[in-house]
Design a protein around this ligand. Structure first.
Ligand SMILES: Nc1ncnc2c1ncn2[C@@H]1O[C@H](COP(=O)(O)OP(=O)(O)OP(=O)(O)O)[C@@H](O)[C@H]1O
Ligand SMILES: [Mg+2]
Length: 256
């Protein structure tokens, strides 16, 4: 699938009542790349992700994921596609009553018929990749917020997904911990080769991870462009976004 588009949105419209959130959105994401979606709060970034996940339906237009048109494919095909997803949202939502190990094992137990010993190998591999293997037998309340995020990341990746969706994955972490999470993403992607769609406010830091950056503004997608092109773009939406986030460039440099 290298070089193929794994996600394609064509002329997608979405409204809630009279509030138009997406209007004629076109977006194609290539296999194995990382797309970062940025935009002011309330512009519809999460709504856009939910369309890709098949959790929301467009009013008009087409959403195609791994070659499957989400509106017309069968339930079986849709489930097949969803099996290839790893998802990490803002609120990690680990299960408090389960150990770290069992939390990460859950997708394997639910979605595969793997033996317990195969599950153990896969879970411990991912916990090691995230540097939290020593916490396998702890409960979420016994580990730090940063470690919880890493466990969430291990859980999102444990099935070796083809596509991962991250919506604000570093919310609530300080700059140092966020950087650590981004470094882990980077390493995990190099190792596992998935396509990543990341919604983030962490501009421009997140650009280091991105192959391409797209801006959601005024109901439409601007770009995607390479991070370098994005930062000097003369597109009025993009240049005004870049200007308004210059403040955080200085802040993040100071904090480093
Ligand atoms: N299920 C829903 N029903 C009605 N309105 C919704 C629904 N989901 C989202 N919206 C509206 O759509 C708009 C876009 O919401 P969305 O959550 O996608 O924004 P966002 O860009 O992710 O913002 P943030 O950066 O704050 O997370 C908001 O005005 C929101 O109130
Ligand atoms: Mg959101």
């Amino acid at each position: 699938m290298a070089g193929e588009y794994v996600i394609e949105l064509e002329r997608v419209d979405k409204s809630f009542g009279d509030q138009v959130v997406l209007e004629g959105v076109n977006l194609s994401i290539k296999s194995g790349t990382t797309l970062v979606i940025v935009g002011a709060s309330g512009q519809g970034k999460s709504v856009l992700l939910k369309h890709m996940l098949g959790l929301m339906r467009p009013d008009r237009g087409v959403v195609r994921v791994l070659g499957c048109d989400l509106a017309t494919c069968s339930r079986k095909e849709l489930n097949e596609v969803r099996r290839q997803f790893g998802v990490l949202f803002q609120n990690v939502a680990l299960f408090d009553s389960m150990t770290v190990f069992d939390n990460v094992a859950l997708p394997l137990r639910e979605r595969t018929g793997l033996s317990e010993s195969a599950i153990r190998t896969q879970v411990m591999d991912k916990l090691k990749l995230m540097g939290v293997d020593s916490a396998a037998q702890k409960f979420p309340a016994q580990i730090s917020g940063g470690m919880q995020k890493r466990v969430g990341l291990a859980r999102a990746l444990v099935i070796d997904p083809q596509i991962v969706f991250f919506d604000e994955p570093t919310t609530g972490l300080d700059v140092h911990k966020s950087n650590e999470i981004y470094r882990l993403f980077y390493r995990a992607q190099a190792e596992l080769g998935y396509t990543a769609v990341i919604v983030s406010h962490d501009v421009p830091k997140i650009f280091k991870l991105a192959d391409e950056v797209a801006l959601l503004a005024d109901r439409q997608i601007q770009g995607p462009l390479s991070p370098e092109e994005f930062q000097v773009s003369t597109n009025r939406h993009i240049s005004s976004f870049v200007e308004s986030t210059m403040g955080s460039i200085y802040t993040s440099e100071l904090e480093e």
